[in-house]
Every structure is written in C-alpha cells, then in structure tokens.
Design a protein around this ligand. Structure first.
Ligand SMILES: Cc1ncc(COP(=O)(O)O)c(C=O)c1O
Length: 507
C-alpha cells in the first residue's frame, strides 16, 4: 500500500506572517486545518467528557510528546493530537458540562483569540499596542460607566479574579500604610507593626483573599473571616462585633472584602451596608464580583448589583458569566490615583517623559508587564451578540437554576441546599430516603456519584464541602442547558446512587 505523504513546511517564511505570500498561504492552510479538525471534533462529540481515568490520559499523551530536531507537517501534528489531546479534553461547551465557574466561550471571543495571537500586541506600552491600548481603555470606561463609578475611576484588564483580588488588596495595604504612617511600601518594604494589619472578608469569600494576604507579606493570619447568615451572606452584626474585637486587641483592620457571587452559593454580601461600615471605619472596600459581575448585563437581575458603585476597587471576570475564553478579567478602582502604588517607570518602556507627553502606557496600572490584548474578546463579543441577547442568555441560566432547585425539591432522594439560588449554582446531595437511619457514608457516596458521572461521560458536575459534608454542585453557566438535561442528569444521579448503594460499595 502506498503511504500518503504529507507536504511539510520547511522554509522559515512558511512559519511567519511576513509581507510575502508564502507565510500567508501557510497561515490560511493552518487555520483551515484547525477549523476542520475542530468541526470534526464537535460533530463527533456526544458527551462532555470521554470518560477516561487520569492515568489513562497521562499514558495517551506520552507517545506524542517527543520533540525532534526535524519538524513535521502541521497537518500531521494535528492528526497526532486528535485523540490524545482534542478527544481527551473536557468539552466545556457541552450542555452537560456544569461543574465550575468555567464557561462555554462565545464564538466571537474564540475568533478574537486568533486576532489577538496574530497581532500579538503587548499591552504594557503604547508603542507595542498602538490601537489596542485605546480599545482596552474604552472597554474599561464602558465598565466603569455601567457600574456608575465616578469619573475619577479607572481600571485594567487582568488574567482573572486571583490577580484582581491581589491588586485590590495591594492598593489597600499601600494606601493604608501611606495614610497612617506616611510609609512608602514600594520603596521601603513593610512598616514596623505590619503584623497588626487585618483584612476582613466573609467565611465564604474566595481563597484568593488569603492567598493575596500571604503574597503581600501579611500572612494568612491577617485575614479575619466574618460569619455568614443563613443565606451565606456576610452578617453585618458579626462584622460589627469582629471590628470591635479587632480594635479591642489593638489590631489594624484596613480592608473589607465583600463578595458579589460566592463560588459555591453565588451569594451576594450586603454591599450597601458594608460600604457604610467601611466608610465609617476608614477601611478600603473591595468587592470581589468575579462571578456576580456578569449580572450587570442581565435584564431581570441587574439590581442584585446595587451598591457595587460604592467600592474602592472591584474584581470582574469575563471568563465566567461573560462567556469569554480564558483568560479575561478586569480590576477597577474608584480613584485611578491609587495605581501609583504599583506603577514603576522603566527607561526603556514607560519613562516619565511619556506621561508628560500624554502617552498612555497601561503597564502603569498593572502588576504584569507583557500582557495580552484580552479586551478585544469582550469588545467583539459585546458588539456581535449585543447586550439584549447577552442579557437574555444570562437570565436563562438564572431561571434554569431556579427551576432546577424547585424540581429537585420534588425528588425524594435529593436534598437541596439552596432552594432559591441567588445566581446560577445549585447545591444538593443524594440522600436515599429508604436508607434513613442506616449508617450510610453520604460524603463518600456523593463523591463517588460525581466521579462515576464523569468516568461514564454522562455529566460533568462539581463536588464541594459545606460544614464538613460533601455536596454536589451544578454551575449552570451554559444558556444551552435545558430542563430536559437537568431531568436526565438527575435521573442518572439517582440510578448511579442506587447502584452504588445496592452494590454494597458504600456502608
Ligand atoms: C468569587 C471568586 N473570586 C475569585 C476567583 C478567582 O478567579 P480566577 O480563577 O479567574 O483567578 C474565583 C474563581 O472561581 C471566584 O469564584
């Protein structure tokens, strides 16, 4: 049998987008090949996940990992990665992929990635991102106006919530050290007495608040968590008591972090009341709206964001409820002047002279130097989808979460934790009624259900632990997920649960 030979690109020109024709032809061919490969993948993908165990995937990857002195044709490499990488991946756009705050990307955002990579602008200095700098600045303006932040406000795109939360706390720490001790942390490091500094957040705030605290040299001990109420929101009474206690102990609270959309329950801390307390106590008020921020586009639920405008700084993620490919987030600040705590002038990149001449170098607002033109994804998606459809898509998912919770309420063996979901997560556990009184390990049972669903490729759902107990979680970000998907998923959960219990695997 005659082997098909695949033509291989060999000249340097065929790997670069130069002004000649060869690179452009190669570019076209590659994009075409990728597009066809992905089309085949999605045509043939009926499941959110192929169902393989981690060890099997690790083995599948090994044969293709050899890097050789001689290259291969792009088409050949695409074929090689088809099974081990493409088919073995989690298919996040599948309507039964509903585990984490990990969204199906919108196609304009996906297409934007190609432009972003091809143009390869770097957002640090204007001379590396001549148009992109202004697109990002305009998108930030759009956001600050949408949130009704004052004219003094500003912001920057980030890699996501982790970085934005870090930036909020960095500015908060340095602004406090400056105003309290006239101390310049940037120049002199942490001041004496820094170990008395405290950050307040709810016990359900994202772990990156603690992570930021230790990265900022304050240690996790600097984070004081405040108890939440029955709706998983920070309790104002508890906050007041905690503040009193901190003052009594001669500690120095300097920042209050509210969460607008906690990772598990999507709960929204009472930001108007918290803002008032922060104002009275002289605390920097940061709102982590990584998840909930998406509601700003909603037609029915945008008022859940009331009070966002009172924050000193805000985290918003676009790779969650704004349906952008990873990574894409923003950090906003009420008073742009505060960016001085992280700006650094390098002669080769962003000299002071540039500022004097009005040249906008966004590195002055970022903890990154080289940075992606992620703003283009959000821009192209909003322009193409339009805010009407965007808002309806988000509303669909919140409504589906409400429907799911009430449907679960009718099922004998499912116990729902949040009968009225705040956004679009639903937390529950399988708890067979007929086994009541038996010594059944429900934590292990629910963990096994989640894993069995995954390894059967029937559904990708999450597990989480609440007050020491394992629960299952649906994060319903996908507007294409329908009630029928929920019915069949829950049916599957009940079947798997019954099988495990009957099989005697769980005692
Ligand atoms: C409330 C909240 N804040 C921050 C983050 C961290 O965001 P990222 O993963 O984009 O860094 C998450 C992640 O899920 C989150 O849920």
């Amino acid at each position: 049998m005659k082997m098909k030979t695949i033509e291989r690109e060999t000249s340097q020109d065929s790997f670069s987008l130069h002004q000649g024709g060869e690179g452009l032809r190669a570019f076209n061919k590659m994009i075409d090949g990728v597009s066809r490969k992905l089309q085949d993948l999605y045509e043939g993908t009926g499941k959110p996940y192929i169902g393989k165990m981690p060890g099997v995937i690790k083995e599948d990857i090994q044969p293709i990992m050899a890097i050789t002195p001689e290259g291969k044709s792009f088409a050949e490499v695409l074929d090689e990665i088809d099974e081990p990488i493409l088919k073995n991946s989690l298919h996040i756009s599948h309507h039964k992929s509903m585990a984490h705050l990990h969204c199906p990307p919108l196609l304009p955002g996906v297409a934007a990635e190609l432009i972003i990579a091809t143009l390869n602008q770097s957002m640090d200095s204007w001379d590396q991102s001549t148009a992109a700098t202004y697109v990002e600045a305009e998108m930030v303006k759009w956001l600050t106006e949408k949130i009704s932040l004052p004219a003094s406000s500003g912001g920057v795109f980030t890699s996501g919530g982790t970085q934005s939360n870090y930036m909020g706390l960095l500015l908060a720490r340095d602004a406090f050290c400056h105003s309290k001790w006239n101390h310049n942390v940037q120049r002199d490091g942490l001041p004496e007495g820094f170990n008395r500094l405290r950050i307040l957040c709810s016990e359900e705030a994202h772990f990156t608040v603690k992570k930021a605290a230790y990265q900022l040299g304050l240690g996790e001990q600097a984070v004081v968590t405040v108890k939440t109420d029955e709706n998983h929101r920070m309790s104002v009474g508890e906050l007041n008591e905690t503040l009193q206690m901190l003052h009594h102990e001669n500690l120095l609270p300097f920042a209050l972090v509210a969460t607008c959309g906690t990772t598990d329950f999507g709960s929204i801390d009472p930001s108007e009341e918290l803002a008032e307390i922060a104002r009275q106590q002289g605390l920097w008020f940061h709102i982590d709206a990584a998840y909930g921020g998406g509601l700003m586009l909603s037609h029915s639920y945008a008022d859940k964001l009331k009070g966002l405008e009172n924050a000193d700084s805000i985290t918003v993620d676009f790779h969650k409820l704004f349906y952008q490919p990873i990574s894409c987030g923003a950090f906003l600040v009420k008073d742009e002047v505060n960016f001085r705590y992280l700006s650094y002038h390098a002669d080769y990149l962003n000299p002071v002279k540039d500022d004097e001449e009005g040249i906008l170098n966004l590195v002055n607002k970022s903890v990154q130097t080289t940075r992606r033109f992620d703003a283009l994804k959000l821009y192209l998606s909003l322009k193409t989808v339009g805010t009407d459809l965007f808002g309806s898509m988000i509303d669909e998912t919140v409504k589906l979460a409400g429907y799911t919770a009430s449907y679960m309420g009718e099922l004998e063996d499912i116990v729902i934790q949040n009968p009225e979901p705040e956004i679009n997560t639903v937390i529950f556990r399988y708890q067979p009624k007929r086994m009541e009184g038996n010594d059944l390990d429900l934590n292990h049972l629910n963990r096994m259900i989640q894993q069995t669903l995954l390894y059967k490729g029937k559904g990708v759902i999450a597990k989480t632990v609440i007050k020491g107990q394992t629960f299952l979680k649906l994060t319903l970000l996908n507007p294409r997920t329908k009630p029928e998907d929920i019915h069949s998923l829950l049916h599957e959960i009940e079947e798997i649960g019954t099988e495990i219990v009957n099989g005697g695997v769980i005692h």
